[in-house]
Design a protein around this ligand. Sequence first.
Ligand code: ARG
Length: 423
Amino acid sequence: MKRLTLLLLCSVITSAFAAPKVITADRMIDVENGKLIKNAVVVVDGNRIQAAGVQGRITIPEDAERVDLGDATLMPGLMDMHVHLTSDATKHGYKRLSVSLPRAAITGVKHAEDTLMAGFTTVRNVGAPGFADVALRDAINAGDVAGPRMFVAGPSLGVTGGHCDSNLLPYEYEQYSEGVADGPWEVRKAVRRNIKYGATVIKFCATGGVLSKGTKVGAQQYTLEEMEALVAEAHLRGLTVATHAHGTSGIKDAIRAGVDSVEHVSLLDDEAITLALENGTYFSMDIYVTEYILGEGEKAGILEESLNKERIVGKRQRENFEKAVKAGVKMVFGSDAGVYPHGDNGKQFARMVKFGMTPIQAIQAATIHPATLLKQQETLGSLSEGKFADMVAVPGNPLEDMQKMEDIRFVMKDGQIVKTLAM
Ligand code: ARG
């Protein structure tokens, strides 16, 4: 950690006068065209990409500082559209009740660094009590701590007693999550409050969930009327909306209400796919997390009822992932890290390929598509002229072996090299 801080500090100091950087590698992934480029070079000036392409066809500034990665594949910084940086994967259920807001925020600092070191230079944090994600984002942007670029939701919105409420305690300890809002005007007000305290994306729960106590995973919670009000309010203010939805009717009403992405999407049907295609809705399907929940969940405090729900949902979700991919639904990488350990995000890539994606599609789902979902395609998502210099590299060729995505050896964020190991 100390070494990293020093490294960051040095690069902050030097970047003010820094010479351009020239990164070369045997291969690079062009996510815009879905192609592998051999003998690649990227020129970085300050925090932006000046040029990227094939070596020999790009003019290299004479004073450039050179980094040759050799037998490696360079690609844009990875983007995870579903994380909870302030959540601890070893504390679920009643164990989580003992974690104070400040403690969660401090844990988030470590998780932010773990996430960045795993190659995720941008994340969408879809739910954090106490606006701890806003504080973390601000600390990262100020250079106080190392972490990815963060798009943050603050507290997730949901109905009384729903998946986004806190239902662990009996009535005499009556307690609600901060995001509880019922009825069209309450949800509009909750959106306004989240924006007031720094949210840049709105997250709400349309259906029950796996990890919440007493909710039916397939049952809808918000009505279409409430969802329409919520989405209209968020869009009016220029924010996109992410929706937790496992159950079929909740998925479909969320899409009808105009949400930008649906998370989990476990129990979809053909009509849900058609609606998503018609509306251009993104799906963010966390198909790795089931392995952690069923393997480590009990030790981490996950309730028995949640394990039972997971046994049904995980399998259906993987089958439906394959269906949605085949149908051509727009897919983004979303892991739900926080339920499982931060830094293990990349384990999902191999599963995405196992369940129907091509390797290029899986990498596009974690680069160019999230940039478009976040409406940041001008600055993020690909190694193209003018974009922020966020890039990562793995040894060898990940298109031949997706597990290489779990072995990130080089990370540059905002023009600064924050990790570099021998390939
Ligand atoms: N946060 C989600 C929930 O509690 C996790 C679902 C994980 N399971 C899955 N198969 N994706 O509902």
